[in-house]
Design a protein around this ligand. Structure first.
Ligand code: PLP
Length: 372
C-alpha cells in the first residue's frame, strides 16, 4: 500500500468550532520545533501567560494553557477543585452544562442541577433560590456561552451571587473568550476555562485556564490528592510558574503553543473591545440576511451570542442535504443542531477570524442559492 500526503480541502469554517484559523497562526504553527524547556520557548510561554491574562482580563498569576482541548480545561477545573462529597450547583441549559454535571458526579461530588430550557440563558433567579436552599454548596458552575444553543448567560450576576453565598464560581468560557465581553477579575470569577479553536481562531487542542487566588487556596487545602495525575495543577504549576526554574511535567505541544501565542498576539493587536464589537457587527449583518431568507433564531435577541447563530431549519427542508450542498458546492461548513436541537436547527458560527464580512456574504449567498 502507498499513502499520499494528506491535502485537506480549503473550507470556510462557520460552524460551532473549530473556526477559520488566521493564516498568520498557521504560519506560526509551521515554525521549527524547539525543546519544551528551551530558554526561547520558556520566554514565549511567559508571553502566552501575559496575553492570556489580557484576554481573560485578569491578574491571576495562575493563568496557563492546558495541553489538551476545552473538555480538558473543564476537567482541570473540576478535578482540582471539587472533592468527594462536596456540593456543586450546576446550571444546565444545553449540552455543556450536562457535561459539567457528569464531571462533578464522576468525582464523587453532589451536583444540584438548575435546569433551564434549551435556547434560554441560565436563570439568575433560579440560581439565587438554589443557593438559598443549599447553604452548604461549595461551587456554582455554569456555561457563559452555550454553544449548543447560542445562548449567553449573565456571568457577572451569577458570579456575584456565588460570592454572596461564599461559593467558588467555575465558568465555561470555551465559546465566549474573545467573542463577547468577559472580565474575570471585575466579575469575580474563580475558575475559568476556554478552548483555542473558537473565537481565538487558533488550532484546536489547547485549553486556556485561570484560577483566582481563592481557587488556588482551595486547591492547596485539599484533603485528598487530585485524582488525575496529568491534570493535577499543583504539578503543572512548576512548569508554568512565572519565576524560578521550570521543571519537566509533560512535553508541551510546542508548535501549538506558537500558534496560540500568535492568535493571542493578534487579539491583543486588535484590542479586546474591538474584537467584541466586530463579532457584534458581523452578527447584525448575518442576522439581517438570515431573517430576509425567512429563517428565525432559536434564542431571543437579548440573550443571543453574536458568535453562534442558531436558526430553525424551515419546515420541509432536508437538514443534511443543505449542509452537504454548502460543503460540496461552496466549501462552507455550518453546524448541525446538537442534543435537543438535532435535526431542528443549524448553528452558524462567526468566531474569531471567521467573523468577517466576506464570510457573512458567502454564507448568505450560499444559503440563498441552496434554499431556493
Ligand atoms: N464547552 C463548550 C461551551 C463548548 O462549546 C465545547 C466544545 O464545543 C466544550 C466545552 C468542549 O471543548 P472541546 O471540544 O475542545 O473539548
Amino acid at each position: 500500500m502507498s499513502f499520499k500526503p494528506f491535502n485537506p480541502p480549503s473550507r470556510t469554517l462557520m460552524g460551532p468550532g473549530p473556526s477559520d484559523v488566521h493564516p498568520q497562526v498557521l504560519q506560526a504553527l509551521g515554525k521549527p520545533t524547539v525543546g519544551h524547556l528551551d530558554p526561547s520557548f520558556i520566554a514565549m510561554m511567559d508571553e502566552v501567560k501575559a496575553l492570556l491574562q489580557y484576554a481573560f482580563q485578569t491578574q491571576n498569576p495562575f493563568t496557563i494553557a492546558v495541553s489538551a482541548p476545552g473538555s480538558a480545561g473543564m476537567e482541570t477545573c473540576f478535578v482540582n477543585l471539587v472533592e468527594p462529597g462536596e456540593k456543586v450547583i450546576v446550571c444546565r441549559n444545553g449540552v455543556f452544562g450536562e457535561r459539567m454535571r457528569q464531571n462533578v458526579e464522576r468525582l464523587g461530588g453532589e451536583a444540584v442541577v438548575v435546569d433551564d430550557a434549551w435556547g434560554t440563558p441560565v436563570s439568575v433567579d433560579k440560581v439565587a433560590a438554589a443557593l438559598e436552599a443549599h447553604p452548604d454548596a461549595k461551587f456554582l458552575a455554569f456555561v457563559h456561552a452555550e454553544t449548543s444553543t447560542g445562548a449567553l448567560s449573565d456571568a457577572k450576576a451569577l458570579c456575584a451571587l456565588a460570592r454572596k453565598h461564599d461559593c467558588l464560581s467555575i465558568v465555561d468560557a470555551v465559546t465566549s473568550l474573545g467573542g463577547v465581553e468577559l472580565r474575570v477579575d471585575e466579575w469575580g470569577i474563580d475558575a475559568i476555562y476556554s478552548g483555542s479553536q473558537k473565537c481565538l481562531s487558533c488550532v484546536p487542542g489547547i485549553a486556556p485556564v485561570s484560577f483566582s487566588p481563592r481557587a488556588v487556596a482551595k486547591l492547596e487545602a485539599r484533603q485528598t490528592p487530585v485524582p488525575s495525575w496529568f491534570l493535577d495543577q499543583t504539578l503543572v504549576m512548576g512548569y508554568w510558574s512565572g519565576t524560578g526554574k521550570r521543571s519537566y511535567h509533560h512535553t508541551a505541544p510546542v508548535n501549538s503553543l506558537y500558534a496560540l501565542h500568535e492568535a493571542l498576539r493578534l487579539l491583543h493587536e486588535e484590542g479586546l473591545e474591538n474584537a467584541w464589537a466586530r463579532h457584534a457587527n458581523m452578527h447584525q449583518k448575518l442576522k439581517t440576511g438570515l431573517e430576509s431568507l425567512g429563517l428565525s433564531f432559536v434564542v431571543d435577541e437579548a440573550h443571543r451570542l453574536p458568535q453562534l447563530n442558531a436558526v430553525y431549519i424551515p419546515q420541509g427542508v432536508d437538514d443534511a442535504e443543505v449542509r452537504g450542498q454548502l460543503l460540496n458546492r461552496f466549501n462552507l461548513e455550518i453546524g448541525a443542531g446538537l442534543g435537543d436541537l438535532a435535526g431542528k436547527a443549524w448553528r452558524i458560527g462567526l468566531m474569531g477570524h471567521a467573523a468577517r464580512e466576506e464570510n457573512v456574504t458567502l454564507c448568505l449567498g450560499a444559503l440563498e442559492e441552496v434554499l431556493s
